[in-house]
Ligand binder design. Structure first.
Ligand code: GDP
Length: 514
């Protein structure tokens, strides 16, 4: 893939940490972001007219830089992570010393933990007479954040975001923690990164704030951003100053894309514009196939907000699907299910294979994991078994809806259930004229039977589903091939099978309902 460009150890250089500020509403996230921005010389330039581009960078006395994602609340963090983008190296958890740990504080902790992002606690509003930092420490200890003074390893910094007190210490600690993390990037490669925010501007067209995560982005670079593509026409920083290039951990606002991408979309720079256009167009057409229309688009933030209302009994869900369009369509459909007295709560969504962190989040919040055209990876499978997490794999939206409806009514099983009977790993492929591609495979789990349905899984994503055409042991047709044996498989209407693909066999079986 794009990420696998040849890396030369020597080219890996320290890069600035990318920091997100999270915490309960009104605990002072915005005030802290403003305070940091105002107290520090931004991008080495005093008194610039800052404009909001969703992120900014500050430089300390020693020339060390820190990039802040300027999106208050953890909505941005959640949405991006749900889209598979990992942008944050470190989280500052703001807790008001006069209010203590609140529900969104806990949510923030869980998200940071699930993302394996280290947390520094800023105990804010220390200027208030009613502040009680000991209580904050006590309460956070219950959530696994134990102060160093108490034998733990979480850094707590008392601050007043309003008065600008403790900010320097806080930034020092951020640099300390990021030094330990040894954050590195290669400025010599072509840029890759993530969209922080984007919108349509009347005069300038599609305007996107990108965080360069690795490599260097230059004006004129051919770029694919989500399904948008183009050439970087102009690039500015948060001071509105024009840049020719931007290195790792730098946030920049660019123009020149043919469409408006979405927060959390990844971007990649290509060698030439032609390839960029081809990739962009093919991604766009896939998205259309998935019927990703603006009408069905429901933003995750909206969904989460809707969920927060009402004190109903809840069914917690984690929704994973092959592409983001499907994730959102599914989330929207699930939200519409109405069963009296029960509420669907979608606690996490994302595109891509089901991972171990999905399972740990599910285990922590007693949630069911729904996979749509995706599969758990090996670690996730093991974790699900260990934790007793229910994974429901589907390929038709209405089936999911039906099953969840049953689940909500207390009928946890559908009438028909698909049963996965085995998996085989493709070890070699042979192209045979008139026959097609034969997948020389090794059965790793269960068995493959002649009459089973099959799916082809590549990198955890279902790329084809259909019927088995032939199943052979050496030259003979086989009725079934069990684990530990090799076989040759051809699939009806699919000749694109590659070495390393997983072929999954399944049957439909009826369930006796009480
Ligand atoms: P957010 O919702 O977390 O972004 O919180 P805000 O930054 O909007 O702050 C909420 C309120 O708390 C505002 O009225 C701020 O002025 C106030 N506030 C924030 N930080 C401090 C502080 O350090 N001390 C005091 N006294 N008030 C603060």
């Amino acid at each position: 893939h794009f990420e696998n460009e040849e890396e030369n150890e020597a080219d890996l250089k320290e890069r600035p940490p990318v920091v997100t500020i999270m915490g309960h509403v009104d605990h002072g996230k915005t005030t802290l972001l403003d305070s940091i921005r105002n107290s520090k010389v931004t991008s080495g330039e005093a008194g610039g007219i800052t404009q909001h581009i969703g992120a900014y960078q500050v430089t300390d006395e020693n020339g060390k830089k820190i990039t802040f994602l300027d999106t208050p609340g953890h909505a941005a963090f959640t949405t991006m992570r749900a889209r598979g983008a990992k942008v944050t190296d470190l989280t500052i958890l703001v807790v008001a010393a006069d209010d203590g740990v609140m529900p969104q504080t806990v949510e923030a902790i869980n998200h940071a933990k699930a993302a394996e992002v280290p947390i520094i606690v800023a105990v804010n509003k220390m200027d208030k007479p009613s502040s009680n930092p000991d209580r904050v420490m006590q309460e956070l200890t219950e959530h696994g954040l134990v102060p160093e003074d108490w034998g733990g390893d979480t850094i707590f910094v008392p601050i007043s975001a309003l008065k600008g007190e403790g900010i320097d210490t806080l930034l020092e600690m951020v640099l300390l923690v990021s030094e330990v993390a040894e954050l590195k990037a290669n400025a010599k490669r072509k840029a890759i990164g993530t969209v922080i925010e984007a919108q349509l501007d009347k005069g300038r067209g599609s305007v996107a704030t990108l965080l360069v995560q690795d490599g260097t982005l230059r004006v004129g670079d051919p770029i694919v951003v989500g399904h948008a593509y183009g050439r970087v026409r102009a690039m500015v920083n948060e001071l509105g100053r024009r840049l020719k290039e931007a290195g790792p951990s730098t946030p920049v606002e660019i123009t020149g894309l043919n469409e408006v991408p979405q927060a959390g979309d990844r971007f990649v720079v290509f060698e030439d514009e032609k390839t960029a256009r081809q990739v962009g167009e093919s991604r766009a057409s896939t998205a259309i196939q998935e019927q990703r229309s603006e009408k069905t688009r429901v933003t995750l933030d909206n969904l989460f907000d809707q969920m927060k209302q009402g004190e109903m009994k809840e069914l917690n869900l984690i929704v994973k699907a092959d592409v983001q369009g499907t994730v959102e369509a599914m989330a929207a459909a699930l939200m519409k299910i109405e069963v009296e007295g029960v509420n669907v709560r979608i606690i996490h969504t994302g595109a891509g294979a089901i991972t171990e962190s999905d399972i740990s989040l599910a285990a922590a919040s007693n949630a069911i994991v729904i996979g749509f055209n995706v599969r758990p990876d090996t670690n996730a499978k093991r974790a699900a078994e260990e934790e007793g997490v229910d994974i429901r794999l589907h390929r038709i939206i209405y089936k999911v809806i039906e099953e969840i409806e049953y689940a909500m009514k207390g009928l946890l099983d559908p009438e028909f259930e698909e049963k996965i009977i085995g998996q085989a790993e493709v070890r070699e492929t042979f192209k045979v004229s008139k026959v097609g591609t034969i997948a020389g495979s090794y059965v790793t789990e269960g068995k493959i039977t002649r009459d089973s349905g099959v799916r082809v899984i590549r990198d955890g994503i279902v790329i084809f589903e259909g019927e088995l055409d032939t199943l052979k042991r050496f030259k003979d047709d086989a009725k079934e091939v069990a684990r530990g044996y090799e076989c040759g498989i051809t699939i009806k209407g699919f000749n694109d099978v590659k070495e390393g693909d997983i072929i999954e066999a399944y049957i439909m079986q009826e369930i006796v309902r009480k």
